[in-house]
Design a protein around this ligand. Structure first.
Ligand code: ZN
Length: 328
């Protein structure tokens, strides 16, 4: 894991994703049960970006997703018999859309579940226990948009809460008064992009705040004084992509940083060089490389974090800009 690699090891990452979850005796398999639905979405989307959508069995995946549906609430859990949560519900929808199997869904029930999570303030809760976060607002907006049911959302109330989370530095936090964080900037930018309300953002101030996330080693951090981490490659870049300022980042240095976090033996990408890889950072690393125009990758839509061609086909594409795909 210590050697650096200067190209993306696609076949190795494909087999790394294929092997995840195969060893069900593994302790990690059980410890990550609460993330299982998200992990399938991350794995599938990373495979799509690398041009290997078929590497995981489609029918098996769809059956698994449907086995996590909670008939009582109308949402999806992360694992069969887990409580429904908005996080796993969006992942389930994204997987079904990507696999062209949305007809398996009881859309009315799922929409009802999502809308039931909006609070009087306009923000969304993640589940019936009530934790609130602008992340859940983005998830609700994204999911309703993918299901073609955005018109049932109270847009004014939703946007109004996001606006109240805007800080003096131009960034956004997880709730009113919380500090700016690149992950929250992404969710707020993407929700506003889907709702066609980017006008409430101070684009120039926010773009500079995002550009300042790049450290001398090329990696990006999530907020000032923090360590670089591969997953921020996607959250910072996708936000800049929606603001049409991806060129604010030194792309060569960021590409080298992401590639240096690959595991050249077992495959997968870690949060930073030398750490253990996981499917989350593999997905966001590959997604970041796609936005940077890395050769041979498929375009990702930064707003929905799904294959761009699919979002375009659904008529949902917004006016984002990624770097031009490099050749060879
Ligand atoms: Zn990370």
């Amino acid at each position: 894991m210590s050697h650096e690699s200067n190209s993306l090891l696609i076949p190795l990452h494909v087999s790394y994703i294929q092997n995840l979850g195969k060893n069900k005796d593994d302790l990690m398999y059980h410890l990550t049960a609460h993330l299982r639905m998200n992990a399938i979405y991350w794995g599938l989307t990373a495979l799509c970006i690398m041009g290997h959508r078929e590497a995981l069995d489609r029918d098996e995946m769809i059956d698994y997703v449907m086995s996590c549906w909670d008939e009582e609430t109308g949402g999806f859990g992360a694992h069969p018999d887990h409580d429904a949560h908005i996080l796993s519900t969006l992942s389930a929808i994204q997987i079904l859309v990507t696999q062209d199997a949305i007809e398996r869904l009881d859309i009315n029930r799922v929409v009802k579940f999502i809308l039931s999570l909006q609070q009087p303030s306009g923000v969304f809760a993640g589940d019936s226990f009530g934790e609130i976060d602008t992340r859940f607002t983005y998830i609700a907006v994204n999911a309703l948009s993918l299901l073609g049911r955005l018109k049932e959302l109270n847009v004014e109330k939703t946007v109004n809460y996001i606006v109240q989370c805007r800080n003096f530095d131009g960034g956004f936090g997880s709730r009113i008064g919380a500090e700016s964080h690149a992950g929250q900037v992404f969710v707020c930018c993407a929700a506003l992009t889907i709702l066609d309300r980017l006008d409430v953002i101070d684009t120039s101030m926010l773009s500079w705040w995002l550009a300042e996330r790049q450290l001398p080693n090329g990696g990006l951090n999530g907020r000032p004084e923090k360590l670089e981490d591969v997953c921020y490659s996607f959250w910072v870049l996708s936000s800049l992509s929606m603001l049409k300022k991806v060129h604010y980042i030194d792309s060569d240095k960021l590409i080298s940083f992401i590639l240096s976090a690959q595991d050249p033996e077992g495959g997968g990408i870690a949060d930073r060089p030398g750490d253990m890889p996981d499917v989350f950072h593999t997905h966001f690393g590959v997604a970041g490389l796609s936005l940077l125009g890395y050769p041979g990758l498929v375009d990702i839509d930064p707003v929905y974090c799904m294959p761009a061609a699919l979002i375009e086909k659904m008529g949902l594409r917004k006016g984002w800009q990624a770097l031009e795909r490099r050749t060879g």
